[in-house]
Design a binder for this molecule. Structure first.
Ligand SMILES: C[S@@+](CC[C@H](N)C(=O)[O-])C[C@H]1O[C@@H](n2cnc3c(N)ncnc32)[C@H](O)[C@@H]1O
Length: 223
């Protein structure tokens, strides 16, 4: 799966993954269970493969410092046009960057990023990023994201799991075993919640799924 696949999806408006609502796990773990609002500016949340997710806006409005990366400039332009924030387009280390108070979105290939592009991150929010990639790219993704974060960084990872043979991704099914395999060694892995979401996702039911589980993990880089 290459970048052109995603660029074509954005061109054709095939963005069924985009959600109008704020992700409930994000709202819970970074809202109610998060640090007190006055301390949040000390937390810098990296959002890889961010699309035009409204979660970027929620994190910024909730007081966090946020940096996202998205390859499709169309996606970023749609985000910028859709939120009542004043963005400036600049250049950051050769990448186009859309920046406003406490929120920056880089237009870049995630696999080309360097640590200095995203700054001193403390947290990562991965919704529909790992699961957007086929199995052979997921290990590369984890190697790259590990290289971009210092020890101590926390990740809120949200996956989907379904019977593989029933649907062709994306989104791809990622099991708990695979999460443990991909992240073991460098991370402490905590399973936070798992929920059957098939009834909430009619588009996947129509594609033939008989079960669909959404799982949230907290990953902490320990070395
Ligand atoms: C399934 S969407 C998820 C978007 C977002 N996380 C959300 O929750 O709405 C995956 C996004 O990753 C972007 N993408 C795919 N490969 C990428 C790469 N190598 N670098 C940057 N963005 C990429 C696609 O353009 C697409 O917007």
């Amino acid at each position: 799966m290459d970048i052109d696949f995603w660029l074509e999806r954005w061109d054709r408006g095939e963005t069924g993954f985009h959600q109008q609502h704020i992700n409930p796990y994000l709202g819970y773990y970074y809202g109610e269970l998060g640090p007190p609002p006055e301390k949040r500016a000390g937390f810098r949340v990296f959002v890889p493969l961010c699309g035009k997710s409204r979660d970027l806006w929620w994190l910024q409005q909730s007081g966090y410092d946020v940096v996202g990366v998205e390859f499709s400039e169309l996606a970023v332009e749609q985000f910028v046009a859709g939120e009542p924030l004043d963005f400036k387009k600049t250049d950051r280390n050769g990448h186009d960057s859309y920046k406003t108070d406490r929120l920056e979105i880089l237009v870049a290939d995630f696999f080309d990023l360097q640590e200095q592009d995203i700054g001193n991150i403390t947290d990562i929010y991965d919704r529909a990023s790992l699961i957007a990639l086929p199995v052979d790219m997921r290990r590369r993704y984890v190697e790259k994201i590990t290289a971009l974060q210092p020890p101590g960084t926390r990740t809120l990872l949200i996956t989907l799991t379904y019977p593989d043979r029933e649907m062709e991704g994306p989104p791809f099914s990622v099991t708990e075993e695979e999460v443990k395999d991909l992240y073991s060694g460098d991370y402490r892995i905590e399973k936070l919640a798992a929920k059957n979401v098939l009834e909430d996702e009619p588009r996947f039911k129509q594609r033939g799924l008989t079960s669909l589980t959404e799982t949230a993990y907290k990953l902490t880089r320990i070395r």
